[in-house]
Design a binder for this molecule. Structure first.
Ligand SMILES: Cc1cc2nc3c(=O)[nH]c(=O)nc-3n(C[C@H](O)[C@H](O)[C@H](O)COP(=O)(O)OP(=O)(O)OC[C@H]3O[C@@H](n4cnc5c(N)ncnc54)[C@H](O)[C@@H]3O)c2cc1C
Length: 461
């Protein structure tokens, strides 16, 4: 598709559609909207607009569609796969000024939000209600960005991912229409599930201008344990057995020893530097949780754990789990001289050990610095591989390793991306993962966005 660059007339007409301080083509603004948190090369938009209402977004979309101007949504820019990089220039819509929590209906477990609301701010506001919005990607992300990427996090195993929390969506389309999807009822069997179509579509089908999200009750009681093992394989086995045992953990994370070393250094922890499983259980009574923790201990002992540390007090638990939460940013911060390639495959839990074997084989004897971080209960593995900036040869080696591990994951019934989305980096796996159904995805894209102006260059190979 041939797009138009923004000329003076476009700039003047777009500027006139919003208050003058909400349109910018300034150098630093364009730079700030040229890259996300991934290692994908930056690409600047030609202008940035901060919309403040759904109708404004709809009018801008209609204008961009008429004039064949690419348009890309922007939440916090915390994506890890180049998802919001405006690859073809054009306009970026930055939602940071559409950040109002419009209504909280605590008795219905629901909140109405604008797309620029940051999920931590929503949870802060919800504190007094005893409710919270569970999906938690770790970075400071917006609801619009989380919906577009179908974000998840450390408690997805228990609470689900963003798609499980969207009851209603308002979406602005390229023809200037705003459509309302879904219902405030907690269940429905009515018609096609267009919400699920838009969640995870990375802003390629329409622009989210509002949402009603489901909330969950804060757990009455919780218990946590830190368990270390002589090897990743044994830790992986314990994860599998915990799942098979039906213990229903709220968190089941597996970190390699290099992560523990970094967390000890950066967060002042004193954990043994070994492969470590972080587990958490939520429930209604301490007695129930003590029983579950006892069963978890049996499983971990049978699978050869070195140390099972249960019953962490609230403050120690918070300190350790906060360090886990901050780990992604710690890695980036600690290696400013390196690019970080983040693998994001997910496999059925029965294939988890096989994936660990494949990772061990790929990395053995390579001298590559890696961090093994896994939302293990979901079979979702991030292998963060570091590569000095500018070392093209090593970057190719890293890419080849990740390509082979993705291929392996697909062979065992998994996916190229458990949570970061396709963006730029995973487009090459779409044919292998989706086969003929990719053609149907393309037809859906053409139906909603016939000129291809929405976040062009993403998802499709
Ligand atoms: C340290 C770190 C840890 C992370 N850990 C996790 C994790 O555990 N799990 C996880 O899932 N992710 C994780 N992420 C990735 C990231 O935080 C999520 O993908 C998040 O959902 C991105 O939200 P955002 O607001 O930054 O969106 P952006 O990055 O700005 O945008 C994301 C996508 O949404 C589109 N978009 C934005 N707003 C709209 C809108 N209103 N309508 C339509 N499209 C829109 C953009 O065009 C883009 O395609 C992590 C990131 C970092 C930096």
């Amino acid at each position: 598709m041939q797009f138009n660059s923004l000329n003076h007339t476009h700039m003047d007409q777009l500027r006139a559609m919003v208050d003058s301080d909400r349109f910018s083509a300034g150098e630093s603004v364009l730079d700030l909207h040229a890259r996300d948190q991934s290692s994908h090369p930056p690409h600047r938009p030609e202008a940035v607009i901060w919309p403040t209402s759904p109708t404004e977004v709809a009018e801008i979309l209609k204008y961009a569609n008429t004039h064949l101007i690419p348009i890309t949504g922007w939440g916090s820019g915390s994506s890890l796969e180049g998802n919001p990089i405006p690859l073809k220039g054009g306009l970026v819509l930055d939602f940071s000024r559409m950040n109002r929590i419009l209504e909280i209906r605590d008795e219905d477990f629901q909140a109405d939000v604008e797309p620029g609301v940051v999920y931590q701010d929503l949870n802060q506001k919800l504190k007094h209600t005893g409710l919270f919005f569970p999906p938690d990607p770790g970075a400071r992300a917006t609801l619009g960005g989380m919906i577009a990427n179908n974000a998840s996090g450390t408690r997805t195993i228990y609470y689900g991912s963003t798609k499980d929390y969207v009851l209603k969506l308002s979406v602005a389309l390229v023809n200037g229409e705003i459509i309302e999807l879904g219902t405030r009822a907690s269940k429905t069997s009515s018609g096609y599930d267009l919400i699920r179509l838009f969640v995870g579509s990375e802003g390629t089908l329409g622009v989210v201008v509002g949402a009603t999200v489901r909330l969950a009750g804060l757990p009455v009681e919780f218990s946590a344990a830190i368990v270390n093992f002589p090897s990743i394989d044994q830790a992986g086995r314990a994860v599998f057995e915990t799942m098979r045992g039906g213990l229903n953990p709220a968190t089941l994370e597996l970190l390699g020893p290099e992560c523990i070393e970094l967390m000890n250094r950066e967060a002042g922890l004193e954990l043994d530097v070994l492969p470590t499983v972080f587990m958490e259980f939520h429930g209604s009574t301490t007695r129930q949780l003590a029983e579950i923790l006892g069963l978890a201990k049996d499983i971990c002992t049978e699978t050869g754990c070195r140390d099972f540390r249960p019953g962490l007090g609230r403050s120690e638990r918070d300190r350790i789990f906060q360090a886990r939460h901050d780990l992604g940013e710690m890695i980036i911060r600690s290696h400013p001289e390196c690019h970080v390639k983040i693998m994001d495959v997910a496999v059925p839990i029965t294939a988890y050990s096989e994936l660990i074997d494949a990772i061990n084989q790929e990395t053995a004897g390579t001298n590559l610095k890696t961090y093994y971080i896994s939302h293990a209960g979901n079979g979702n593995v991030h292998l963060n591989i570091l590569c000095p900036k500018g070392d093209q040869r090593q970057w190719q080696q890293v890419e080849a390793i990740v390509d082979r591990l993705v291929a392996k994951s697909l062979t065992v019934g998994g996916t190229a991306t458990g949570e970061h989305g396709i963006g730029l980096g995973k487009r090459k796996f779409m044919v292998a993962e989706h086969g003929a159904s990719l053609e149907w995805m393309k037809q859906i894209k053409t139906m909603f966005d016939p000129n291809g102006i929405l976040n062009p260059g993403k998802i499709f190979p």
